[in-house]
Design a protein around this ligand. Sequence first.
Ligand code: FES
Length: 164
Amino acid sequence: MPLMDDLHEPLEEKESSRRRFLSLCGAGALAAAVAGTGVVGFRYLSPNVLYEDERRFKLGRPGEFAVGSVTALPRRKLYLMRTARGFIAMSAVCTHLGCMTQFEAAGDRIFCPCHGSRYSREGRVTGGPAPRPLPRYELTLDKGFLVVDTRREVGEDFVLEVPA
Ligand code: FES
């Protein structure tokens, strides 16, 4: 005859259900720990990059930019200019030590706040320690969109001529 506790449940059954409950809790905790470690490990081992080509991208349609305009794209570290001849895509990174430059519309120049390099709006050095002009990048017209490829530098005189 089994021993009975004060709730009249056999003690073996009560002990057995408590063991089962504790085993389930332990298994659940172990599964959560393994899953958490797996997720963290996967994220650690996965490269933290975007798989789209971030160095060749659309800038917009030519008609969106007025003649004489300078459009700063700080996230892309780029200037897009429209001159009377056409379009120029130019790096906004100072050639001295790599600070981000700023276009100053009032002075019609590009200025580096770090050590005072100055560039003309076409990117030629006009003062300060910058050793070279701001590089220009290949610009093409693809299906009606201006597309820049920042992997490909072009000469200082490159201008993408777009029919008006
Ligand atoms: S980084 Fe631009 S002047 Fe030094």
